[in-house]
Design a protein around this ligand. Structure first.
Ligand SMILES: [Zn+2]
Length: 289
């Protein structure tokens, strides 16, 4: 059942657990996420990136998620969120069709521009009671990692500065903040870490929910520690893509005579569901619906 994200996050903060935010772009992944949440009685965020929206369109993907949330996941709280919104026209459209929450990612811009854009989106979202997530600090991706390995950039300097985060939240009054504390978009086991001291410091200064991106390659122990230290939302995308592809590859190779797309795709749905269940258990959100 669709619920306001603010309500879900207030409960998570009180209960000391985090809510998983899982990316989708199609029916199969959406079903897998919803089935996992329903089975484990977990609150959940189902999110789309801008490219996931472009894969079909805003109304199609929104209604698909909404319909699955109101049937398969009708007994658990579900929020629908735009992940890494950078295009104001897409953000506006998401607010218009009914998303509960939008992310304005202006983290690559300078501080003043990030503040200005975050305030603007907050203004746009306010009337519709849509939550706004901003981002401060630079969460590395694959390209950034190459630069990091060449010594062109310094991880420490890219991370969220706790005092600046406090100032940012005070100026923008956004509802949630994505922070850079050492995780990387993608899956880079061994390279992804969490600067737990920095996280604790940010949590003590910033009184809104904190969002951890790029956590796919983080060991469960570190993820649990990050939740204990103040993370309320954990974004997971890459892990779902990996298990989806692995199962698809297997079914395409083992069952070469099968042409029914449902038979080909069912193993992928099962694998994604299992991965979502694994993450929910790490985050402590099972039986919190
Ligand atoms: Zn992200």
């Amino acid at each position: 059942m669709i619920k306001p994200l603010s309500e879900m996050l207030a409960k998570a903060e009180k209960g000391g657990y985090a809510i998983g935010a899982f990316n989708t772009s199609n029916l199969e992944i959406t079903l897998a996420i919803a089935r996992a949440a329903a089975k484990l009685k977990a609150p959940i965020i189902i999110q789309t990136s801008e490219s996931a929206i472009k894969y079909s369109n805003t109304t199609v993907i929104y209604n698909l998620i909404k319909n699955v949330a109101e049937t398969v996941a009708r007994k658990v709280p579900v929020a629908i969120h735009l992940d890494h919104g950078q295009d104001l026209s897409i953000i506006k459209e998401c607010i218009k069709v009914g998303y509960n929450s939008v992310h304005i990612d202006a983290s690559e811009k300078d501080f003043a521009t990030n503040v200005r854009l975050s305030k603007k989106v907050r203004q746009l979202a306010k009337k519709s009671h849509v939550s706004v997530q901003s981002e401060l600090g630079s969460i590395l991706g694959k390209e950034g990692l190459v630069r990091l390995e060449k010594g062109e950039i310094n991880m420490e300097e890219l991370m969220t500065d706790p005092e600046q985060a406090k100032k940012f939240v005070k100026l923008t009054k956004v509802d949630a903040l994505a922070i850079a504390v050492g995780t990387i978009h993608g899956r880079f086991v061994g390279l992804e870490k969490v600067d737990q001291e920095r996280l604790k410091k940010i949590h003590s200064l910033v009184k809104i929910p904190l969002v951890l991106h790029g956590a796919s390659g983080l060991p469960p122990k570190d993820l649990k520690e990050a939740v204990a230290n103040g993370v309320s939302v954990v974004n997971i995308d890459t892990n779902l893509r990996l298990v989806f592809k692995k199962s698809l590859w297997k079914s395409m190779n083992q069952e070469r005579n099968i042409i029914d797309p449902r038979a080909i795709l069912t193993p992928s749905i099962v694998s994604v569901q299992a991965e979502v269940e694994r993450i929910i258990k790490i985050l402590g959100s099972a039986n919190k619906a």
